[in-house]
Design a protein around this ligand. Structure first.
Ligand SMILES: *[C@@H]1O[C@H](CO)[C@@H](O)[C@H](O)[C@H]1NC(C)=O
Ligand SMILES: *[C@@H]1O[C@H](CO)[C@@H](O)[C@H](O)[C@H]1NC(C)=O
Ligand SMILES: *[C@@H]1O[C@H](CO)[C@@H](O)[C@H](O)[C@H]1NC(C)=O
Ligand SMILES: *[C@@H]1O[C@H](CO)[C@@H](O)[C@H](O)[C@H]1NC(C)=O
Ligand SMILES: *[C@@H]1O[C@H](CO)[C@@H](O)[C@H](O)[C@H]1NC(C)=O
Ligand SMILES: *[C@@H]1O[C@H](CO)[C@@H](O)[C@H](O)[C@H]1NC(C)=O
Length: 556
C-alpha cells in the first residue's frame, strides 16, 4: 500500500542483527541504557500480553511507517490477539436490525467529545462498533486535557480575534509578546501513514505546550479526515502569510538549528531577547532540529508564537526525554503503550467517502467470517525480496504462530465435508499489498486444498494499485480504508522492513503496539541542557524497536 518511492533519501539497508551495538538515543545524558536489557522475563511477559492488544489501528500504521526508511532486521512482524472468544458479532444497530447484542460505548470512554454531527462524519460514532478491542481506557487526566484543548481551539481558531491578532503579528515579523494563543502548524511530508503519525505527534505536542494545532492539507489529503474538534476548524486558512508551505522540504537553512546558530534565538535561561515570529521545525527523518528534544530549547521555543512542523515521524517517544514533558506524559498515558492508540482514535476519523469504502467492504466480505486475519505486505524498490521467498516466509511464520488455517493435504475429503455440513467455521484473510501476487497464491492454496477441521477460508484483497501514489486523493482514500480494515482483524501479520533475503526466524510478535520512532535524535557534539530526566525510567519505557534497533519506541 504505502511504498516510499526512491526519493534519494532512503539509506542503504543494513543487516540489523540483534547484536548490533545500540547508541544512546537521547541527546541528554550520554550514558543511558541502565535498565535497558533488564529481564528476559519482562520480554516473555510482553510476548503474552501483545496477544491481547495486537489489533488496533495504530499497528497497521506502524507497518506503513517502518517501510520507508533505513531498515534493519528481516522479520515479519506479527501481532495477534487471540480474542476469538470475544469475537462477538459486531453489527451496527442501524443496518442489521436487531443484531446488536453487545453494549458499545460510542464515545470510547469519554475520549470523543459528545454532540458532534453524526451524519457529516459517520466514522466518529460508528467505528466503536467495528473495533474488536479497546484495550486502554483514557486516563481522567487525558480527558481533562482534551476538553481544555477543545475549548482553547475554539477560542483561538481561524476567524477569531486572537487568531487574527496572531496572524497580524506574524505578518509584521515581530516577536510575540502578550499574544493569547500560540500555534503549531502541521505540514504534510511523505506518505499517508507517516503523515498520520506526525499529525498525532504534533497534536500531542500541542497538548503538552498549550498550543493550537492547525493543519495545512494538500488536495491529496483534503478529503481523508473529518474535522476533529467540535464547533471549530483545524484547517489553516489559505491566506496564511507564510507562503509556499507545501514542498518546502526539510530546509536546514530555515530550520530551528540554523536560527539558533545565527543567534536569532538564544537558548539561555537568563536571556529575554526577541525571538523570531515563527520557527520552522525540521523533525523528519533527516532530524535536522534534534535539539528540539531538549529542555532548554523547549523553553526558548515556548516564546515563539508560530511553529511550523515538518515531520514524517512518530516522535512522541522522544518527547519523553524532555524532563518538563516527562511527568505530564506519565499522567496522560499511565500505560505508555496506549499513547498512539488513544491519540489516533481521538484525532483521526475517516470522512464519509472513506468510511463508506470501509464499511461496505467489511460488511460484504469480512463480517460474515468467524475470524479475520489481516496480512499486510510492503515492498520497497530498494529492497526487493522475491515473491517466492516472501510467500514462504509468510507460510513459515504462519506455521510457527498458528495464524493461517493449516491445509489438510491428502486428508479424507468426505470427512471434511461432513464437518462442513453442520455450520462450519469460516476464516477471512484480508490481504493489503500493492501487488496481486500474494493474494493469488494464498487464494489458490485454499482453493486447491481443504483447510483442516473443515474451516472454510475466503481470501480477499480490496486493491492492488501497483504503485504508491501519495499525491492522488483516491489512492490515499483506498489506502486509508485498508488501514482501517486491517485494524478490524483479529490477527495481523505485517512484513517488516526487510532486506534481500529471508531470515532464519520467519517472524516474531510485536512487543509493544506503539509505532516506532524511526529517527530519534542522537547524542551529538551538543548536549542538551535543562532539567535532568530519570534515566532509569527513560531506559525502561523507551527502548529500541523490534525490527529496527536504531529506532525507539514506548514500552511499559
Ligand atoms: C444505536 O442505537 C441508538 C439508540 O437506538 C441510536 O441512537 C444510535 O444512533 C445507534 N447507533 C448507530 C451507530 O447507528
Ligand atoms: C478576522 O479576520 C477575518 C478576515 O481576515 C474577518 O473576516 C473576521 O471577522 C475577523 N475576526 C474577528 C473576530 O475580528
Ligand atoms: C531582561 O529584561 C529585563 C527587563 O526588560 C532587563 O532588566 C534584564 O536585564 C534583561 N535580561 C537580560 C539577560 O537581557
Ligand atoms: C459438527 O457436528 C459434530 C458432530 O455432530 C459436533 O461434534 C461438532 O461440534 C459440530 N461442529 C460445529 C462447528 O458445530
Ligand atoms: C461461525 O459463524 C456462523 C455464522 O455467522 C455461525 O453459525 C457459527 O456458529 C460460527 N462458528 C463458530 C465456531 O463460532
Ligand atoms: C471433523 O470434526 C471433528 C470434531 O470437530 C474433528 O475431530 C475431525 O478431525 C474433523 N475432521 C476433519 C477431517 O478435519
Amino acid at each position: 500500500m504505502e511504498m516510499v518511492s526512491g526519493d534519494g533519501g532512503v539509506s542503504k539497508l543494513e543487516d540489523g542483527s540483534a547484536a548490533a551495538e545500540r547508541e544512546p538515543w537521547f541527546p541528554s545524558s550520554g550514558g543511558g541504557g541502565g535498565g535497558r536489557m533488564r529481564g528476559k522475563e519482562k520480554e516473555r511477559w510482553w510476548r503474552g500480553r501483545v496477544l491481547v492488544v495486537g489489533v488496533v489501528v495504530a499497528l497497521p500504521l506502524l507497518a506503513f511507517f517502518v517501510l520507508g526508511r533505513e531498515s534493519a532486521s528481516s522479520v515479519l512482524q506479527l501481532a495477534s490477539d487471540k480474542l476469538t472468544a470475544m469475537n462477538v458479532e459486531f453489527t451496527t444497530n442501524t443496518s442489521r436490525g436487531g443484531g446488536a447484542t453487545r453494549q458499545v460505548d460510542e464515545l470510547l470512554g469519554g475520549l470523543l467529545p459528545p454532540g458532534m454531527d453524526r451524519r457529516s462524519c459517520r466514522s466518529r460514532y460508528q467505528s466503536a462498533w467495528y473495533y474488536k478491542h479497546f484495550p486502554y481506557a483514557p486516563s481522567p487526566h487525558l480527558l481533562a486535557k482534551l476538553r481544555a484543548y477543545e475549548a482553547r481551539h475554539r477560542r483561538c481558531a481561524p476567524g477569531t480575534a486572537p487568531y487574527n491578532a496572531s496572524v497580524e503579528q506574524l505578518r509584521s515579523g515581530r516577536s510575540a509578546d502578550g499574544m493569547e494563543c500560540r500555534y503549531i502548524v502541521w505540514l504534510p511530508f511523505d506518505g499517508l501513514g507517516n503523515r498520520m503519525l506526525s499529525m498525532v505527534s504534533g497534536f500531542l505536542y500541542a497538548l503538552l505546550t498549550d498550543r493550537v494545532l492547525l493543519v495545512d492539507l494538500p488536495p491529496d489529503t483534503s478529503e481523508l479526515f473529518c474535522e476533529p474538534f467540535p464547533g471549530t476548524t483545524w484547517l489553516l486558512p489559505p491566506d496564511f502569510p507564510v507562503g509556499n508551505l507545501f514542498g518546502l522540504g526539510p530546509r536546514p537553512d530555515v530550520s530551528y538549528m540554523s536560527l539558533r546558530a545565527k543567534k536569532k534565538i538564544v537558548v539561555d535561561a537568563a536571556a529575554n531577547g526577541t525571538v523570531p515570529a515563527y520557527v520552522y521545525l525540521s523533525l523528519g527523518w533527516h532530524m535536522v532540529d534534534r535539539l528540539f528534544f531538549c529542555g532548554d530549547d523547549q523553553r526558548a521555543l515556548g516564546k515563539v508564537n508560530w511553529l511550523l512542523l515538518y515531520s514524517d515521524l512518530y516522535f512522541v517517544p522522544s518527547l519523553y526525554s524532555v524532563a518538563e514533558f516527562n511527568g505530564e506524559l506519565q499522567r496522560l498515558f499511565p500505560a505508555k503503550e496506549s499513547a498512539c492508540h488513544l491519540l489516533m482514535r481521538y484525532l483521526l476519523h475517516p470522512t464519509n467517502a472513506v468510511w463508506g469504502m470501509v464499511t461496505r467492504y467489511h460488511d460484504t466480505y469480512l463480517s460474515p467470517a468467524n475470524r479475520t486475519i489481516g496480512i499486510q505486505i510492503r515492498m520497497f524498490s530498494f529492497a526487493s525480496i522475491p515473491v517466492d521467498d516472501l510467500y514462504n516466509q509468510i507460510l513459515a511464520c504462519s506455521r510457527q504462530e498458528h495464524i493461517l488455517p493449516e491445509t489438510d493435504d491428502g486428508g479424507d475429503l468426505s470427512e471434511t465435508n461432513d464437518n462442513n455440513s453442520n455450520g462450519s467455521t469460516t476464516t477471512a484473510i484480508l490481504i493489503a499489498s500493492l501487488y496481486p501476487d500474494y493474494y493469488e497464491r494464498i487464494r489458490a492454496t485454499y482453493y486447491e486444498h481443504a483447510a483442516k477441521g473443515g474451516v472454510l477460508v475466503a481470501v480477499f484483497q480490496p486493491t492492488h494499485e501497483e504503485r504508491q501514489a501519495t499525491e492522488k486523493l483516491l489512492h490515499n482514500q483506498k489506502a486509508l480504508s485498508e488501514i482501517y480494515l486491517l485494524g478490524f482483524s483479529d490477527e495481523l501479520v505485517t512484513s517488516g522492513a526487510h532486506g534481500h533475503r529471508v531470515p532464519a526466524t520467519p517472524c516474531r510478535r510485536a512487543v509493544s503496539m506503539e509505532p516506532c520512532n524511526l529517527t530519534p535524535p542522537r547524542a551529538g557534539d551538543e548536549e542538551c541542557r535543562g532539567k535532568a530526566v530519570d534515566v532509569d525510567d527513560l531506559a525502561r519505557h523507551v527502548r529500541p524497536c523490534d525490527d529496527h534497533d536504531k529506532g525507539v519506541k514506548f514500552y511499559d
